[in-house]
Design a protein around this ligand. Sequence first.
Ligand SMILES: [Zn+2]
Length: 112
Amino acid sequence: MSTQTQKTYKIRKDDLVMVMTGKEKGKTGKVMSINPDKEKVLVESVNMVKSCQKPSQKMPQGGIVEKEAPLAISNVKMICGKCKVAVRVGKKLLTDGTKVRFCKKCGEVLDK
Ligand SMILES: [Zn+2]
């Protein structure tokens, strides 16, 4: 038994997720990064916000750029590649002792 108190999340980097609530509801994307301390997740091309970019070598004039803003981890759900919808994720132990995540709907193992 682990005595670690740190909360673990079922969502991981590179997972395909769907936004379940808020103005980005229904959008899907790949998880770019997770911040467990703040319980935030960055999803590719989701929750884009405009921000001012100072002039740089890449963009000599500066200007407005769009980038992803973090979402609450609790607002996104993993998408099952088989069901093609956002599903509840369970965890189970394989016979060889590996912990994997699986889709509670169809039973498909979500960890490759
Ligand atoms: Zn499934």
